[in-house]
Write a protein that binds this ligand. Sequence first.
Ligand code: 5SP
Length: 219
Amino acid sequence: MAMKIAPSILSADFLNLQRDVENLEANGADLLHVDIMDGHFVPNLSFGPQTVAALRPLTKLPLDVHLMVDGPEQFIETFAKAGADTILVHLESTPHIYHVLQLIQKYNVKAGIVINPGTPVDALKAVLPIVQQVLVMTVNPGFGGQEFLETTLSKITHLDQLRQVEADYDFEIEVDGGINDQTIKSTADAGADIFVAGSYVFSANTPGQQIQTLRNLIE
Ligand SMILES: O=C(CO)[C@@H](O)[C@H](O)COP(=O)(O)O
């Protein structure tokens, strides 16, 4: 599968979001990762559907919308209509995960499932046949700039093994949190295909160079 770099706009300059997004698109980003936080499921607040709707006409990049919210079922229609290309929901965020994933697909949006560092891959078995992306959180969700958790690597390997033996599994493996020039290769070697990176991409005023550095390490 093609390797995809997905900058997280959580680390962008919010007063110059249009400039930053255009810069990412011109400099090789494959997806735009948009973190939605509700102050309940995670102890932080970020963007809402208005931001997704405002981004939509600015870029052709697919919008990878990561819901870190309690009760995601109530927001699927809103984010789908705002222009999300993928909606990712946490297994830990609802007792109705199968229903939520079906609902996402009803709007012709790709469905992604996310697991926190403390959740094992085995807990995903029932939904793996119906998802297009599996996001393994490589930090505890809620904040950018945290350190990569090495213990999550074995979960990526496990998912990669599962999709090689199960004919009805057709998902990309995504990693998110602490991805930088020191950590990306280990996640690619374990089987990841989509790499979310926030603070590393925006750590210098040259996001294009940071994206290229990450890409060179995995291709
Ligand atoms: O979902 C999250 C945080 O909860 C991420 O998408 C962060 O935005 C990643 O930031 P870095 O760890 O790359 O700085």
